[in-house]
Design a protein. Structure first.
Length: 171
């Protein structure tokens, strides 16, 4: 009987596994939002902000950050910043404690280079599990997001994400 238990435990441990495995802290529930392959033709945050209309399907690439706390409070959301911006940790001599907030950059440029990502369920509601816990992601990770654009009357861009690919750390 013990020989059945071990395979059953291994199978149970791997349910929801994905080839696209983010960092530690990953929740098994998040597997359904992780894409096994990186979507082709991802656009930068800057290009997406310029070209996208409300309701458009988008594939966008950027880094998690842009704020001291880029995470949505208690839900699966985060700020995404254009990869052309340089975080403070990549500037020689800068010893910023929160390099993902890009405080070394011009605030106006920063706002123009940012989008919000909300991981949504099948009904279109934002998932109520923090993104770090759900997906195991962290500040400054590069992610490719597939979803729908949502624009507000001020021109802010939110991506209602149905899938996310986490690129391997560059360092």
């Amino acid at each position: 009987m013990k020989w059945i238990t071990v395979p059953a435990l291994l199978l149970a441990a791997c349910l929801g596994c994905s080839d696209n495995k983010p960092g530690s802290g990953f929740s098994g529930d998040g597997a359904k939002y992780l894409l096994k392959e990186e979507p082709a033709e991802a656009q930068s945050v800057l290009d997406t902000r310029k070209k996208t209309k409300d309701g458009d399907d988008v594939v966008i690439v950027g880094r998690i950050g842009g704020r001291k706390d880029p995470w949505g409070s208690g839900q699966a959301s985060f700020s995404l910043i254009d990869a052309s911006l340089v975080p403070c940790s990549e500037i020689e001599g800068d010893n910023c404690d929160t390099p993902w907030d890009y405080c070394c950059d011009d605030p106006k440029r920063l706002l123009a280079s940012m989008a919000t990502v909300n991981i949504v369920d099948a009904q279109g509601d934002t998932v109520q599990t923090p993104a770090r816990e759900l997906l195991g992601v962290k500040e400054l990770q590069t992610v490719v997001v597939r979803g729908k654009a949502k624009r507000d009357d001020k021109g802010n861009l939110t991506i209602l994400a149905m899938g996310l690919y986490v690129r391997a750390d560059q360092k």
